[in-house]
Design a protein around this ligand. Structure first.
Ligand SMILES: *Cc1c(COP(=O)(O)O)cnc(C)c1O
Length: 372
């Protein structure tokens, strides 16, 4: 703000906190303040289950603290996924639980390992506890088991693996996850962040729940923010061995999931039809949009393969990602440009409605033609 020398003593930030920035969320407004169609945060274009809306509209007790243990919600999650509720913890989004996992097992001098292109929150989590983030090499942008294993050192304490991955959208199948886990030292915590798992086809299972049930060093996180369409309610959960759940319970906020969040999530779990509808809508529109982008290959435009509700489109031709971002913004769309993550040539575009995706494909196609 000001270059005036500081004469008064004032509280001094810890150096590892001074090195981090606040999480940068997806944009919803243009620079001039115009509201944009927000396809920058992987939110659900279909909204959420009507059952969740009905639950939210029912009798509410804002004067009372919520159930600190989210008992009914953990039971409902356990029933849907066949997991003992005592091995489930709920969080203020899965973000709180990812933070707890890093905080509990890594500190100054330790390393937290992630793939080169992964959730932008991960380096912040490591920095917050004074640990060092280490990025393993990618293979054509995707997370790779051999590269992750090659980056493990005696200082590695936690591996954060988003599967499907954000921002790329690639996915490792069960054989690869098992191979990674088998080769990791037993005292390294493997966190499998399955924020986008509901968008996978029914036969696509990375085996995370099985490992979390059987092993002492695997934690799986899930969220209601994406396929369930409840991002604003801030509800996530994790499952793993009792000693992991115990560690996260020590670190989480005392009343971390609001009453409305617990009620909406329980109701949403009871409406799996909505989740399937979201998955099918996404699969259809994702395929159509990727085809449209692949057809612009002669303009140096390439969609990376995605199993999530977004696609990372690379712009290596005359139309740059920054220029495409600009044109889309002028047309009323916010998508995600991630130069800070080493992707100045990519745009991560959330799959919206069919009409929105047609519109975006047309705008990018026209801009690519004009750019030559
Ligand atoms: C969106 C997202 C989450 C979800 O965060 P919440 O705190 O549950 O809203 C977690 N991991 C990844 C990789 C994500 O993209």
């Amino acid at each position: 703000m000001s270059d005036t020398p500081i004469l008064e003593p004032r509280p001094v930030l810890k150096p590892w906190i001074a090195s981090i920035h606040a999480y940068v969320p997806g944009k919803s407004k243009a620079e001039d303040g115009r509201e944009l169609v927000k396809l920058s945060a992987n939110e659900n274009p279909l909204g959420c289950s009507q059952a969740a809306l009905d639950a939210l509209a029912q009798g509410h007790h804002p004067n009372l603290y919520p159930d600190p243990d989210a008992t009914r919600l953990r039971e409902a999650i356990g029933a849907v996924h066949g997991i003992d509720p005592s091995r489930i913890i709920c969080g203020t989004g899965s973000g709180e639980l990812l933070h707890g996992a890093v905080q509990a097992f890594a500190g100054p001098g330790d390393e937290v390992l992630a793939s080169r292109y992964s959730f932008s929150l991960y380096p912040l989590l490591a920095a917050k506890v004074g640990a060092r983030i280490v990025f393993a090499d990618d293979v054509d942008y995707a997370q790779d088991v051999d590269a992750l294993l090659a980056a493990v050192t005696k200082h590695t304490r936690v591996v954060l693996l988003d599967n499907p991955n954000n921002p790329v959208g690639t996915w490792l199948p069960a054989g690869e996850i098992a191979r990674l886990h088998a080769a990791l030292p037993r005292d390294v915590l493997l966190v499998i962040d399955q924020a986008y798992a509901e968008f996978l086809a029914p036969d696509e299972d990375d085996g995370g729940f099985g490992l979390a049930a059987a092993c002492d060093n695997v934690l799986v996180t899930r969220t209601f923010s994406k396929a369930y369409g409840l991002a604003g309610e801030r509800v996530g959960w994790a499952t793993g061995a009792p000693h992991l759940i115990d560690a996260l319970n020590r670190l989480r906020g005392a009343f971390n999931v609001s009453e409305s969040g617990q009620k909406a999530a329980v109701a949403a779990l009871g409406d799996q039809q909505f989740v399937l509808q979201s998955r099918d809508h996404n699969a259809r529109e994702l395929a159509r949009f990727c085809d449209a982008m692949a057809a612009l290959g002669n303009h140096g435009i390439r969609p990376l393969p995605s199993k999530a509700n977004f696609v990372l489109v690379l712009f290596d031709g005359a139309l740059s990602a920054a220029a495409a971002l600009q044109v889309l913004g002028e047309a009323g769309y916010a998508v995600r440009h991630l130069p800070g993550q080493g992707l100045p040539h990519g745009l991560r575009i959330t799959i919206g409605t069919a009409r929105q995706m047609d519109d975006i494909a047309r705008i990018i196609g026209e801009a690519a033609e004009m750019a030559g």
